[in-house]
Design a protein around this ligand. Structure first.
Ligand SMILES: Cc1ncc(C[n+]2csc(CCOP(=O)(O)OP(=O)(O)O)c2C)c(N)n1
Length: 324
């Protein structure tokens, strides 16, 4: 398998995209706390390397299916920051006209089949998308992002089964972020998730999901295999959710399920820090890194100004895009 080499220029590009996602999400945390958003948000902070390292190998004609924690996947695959933020604000110029909100951001024109409030729901959707690509004879692939909790849904085994039987161009990316809602993974998940592919003859692999270089390389290989007719792969990206399951969870949880010290300890190897160290190791000039960060900050600031000032959907819109 020859995966394209990760040059230092490309690494800087990946870092910029991760920084963009982080900046959007930190701002979302602030406006959520200020009561500016119409609904809850599940933030992706700490997991950015996964979405960015995977989506860097995909075109608009490749599909992704996402989770309830889907802003990062959207922003890794699409450049439309304004449309994403406006959607989370519930505004008419959001990517789904303000009807989807945080948990249902989708843009079929960019191959984003949608975030999904049904845990594990994206797995079946992506399997169907992979079958569609195979049936039509394109070289496109489908990628599904799902959590460690979702890995316990029966649909994972059903999808692995047909993906193996039909050699579907599918890449299953499990983001093991240490928790399923308020349950530490070890208390609800038996064995190792990547090994669940083995009985089906599908390659499985654990990956350091906090190192974008590792994600890039493992995803590149899996995607190339899928494109070339070699079938599906299951990647277990080991990462860590730095924010709560959902914002403001401390306001309703009777007791915490992890200590602040644990979170601080895990922050030491969070993906932006790891990527920054790699950039320095590759002798990328600090000015170049700062310029990339400034560019992202400005774009994100503009997106939030746009979203906060955007019009609300008209009441009639509630009856559009529905089956009768
Ligand atoms: C089918 C289904 N069951 C239960 C829920 C409630 N629920 C929402 S998020 C979640 C945990 C998901 O954990 P995981 O898949 O690990 O994703 P993470 O939140 O860690 O990103 C649960 C059980 C749901 N939304 N859908």
């Amino acid at each position: 398998m020859s995966v394209q080499e990760l040059t230092s220029g490309k690494l800087l590009e990946l870092y910029g995209r991760m920084f963009r996602i982080r900046t959007v999400e930190e701002r979302l945390a602030q406006v959520q706390a200020a009561g500016e958003l119409p609904g809850p948000v599940h933030l992706y902070i700490g997991q950015e390397a996964v979405a960015v390292g995977v989506c860097a190998h995909l075109s608009d004609q490749d599909w992704i299916c996402s989770t309830h924690r889907g802003h990062g996947h959207f922003l890794a695959k699409s450049d439309e920051i304004r449309k994403l933020v406006a959607e989370v604000y519930g505004r008419a110029s959001g990517v789904c006209g303000g009807k989807g909100g945080s948990m249902h951001v989708a843009d079929v024109s960019k191959g984003i089949l949608g975030a999904n409030g049904i845990v594990g729901g994206g797995i079946a959707l992506a399997t169907g998308a992979a079958l569609s690509a195979q049936t039509r004879g394109t070289r496109n692939v489908a990628v599904v992002f799902f959590g460690d909790g979702a890995a316990n849904q029966g649909v994972l085994l059903e999808s692995l089964n047909v993906a193996a039987l039909w050699k579907l161009p599918l890449v299953l990316v499990c983001e093991n972020n240490g928790f399923s809602e308020f349950s530490p993974t070890a208390t609800v998940t038996a064995g190792e998730i990547w090994k669940r592919a083995t009985p089906f003859g599908i390659p499985g692999e654990p990956v350091d999901g906090n190192d974008v270089r590792e994600v890039w390389s493992a995803a590149g290989e899996a995607i190339e295999r899928a494109r070339g007719g070699g079938g599906a792969t299951l990647l277990e990206m080991r990462t860590y959710r730095l924010r709560g399951h959902v914002e403001a969870e401390k306001s309703f949880l009777a007791k915490s399920y992890r200590s602040d010290e644990e979170v601080e300890r895990r922050r030491e190897r969070e993906p932006l820090r790891v990527a920054l160290a790699a950039l320095r190791g590759a002798r990328i000039a600090p000015d170049a890194i700062a310029a990339a960060e400034d560019k992202e900050r400005a774009a994100v600031q503009a997106a939030f100004e746009y979203a906060a000032a955007a019009p609300w959907p008209q009441p009639e819109a509630a009856f559009q895009h529905m089956f009768a």
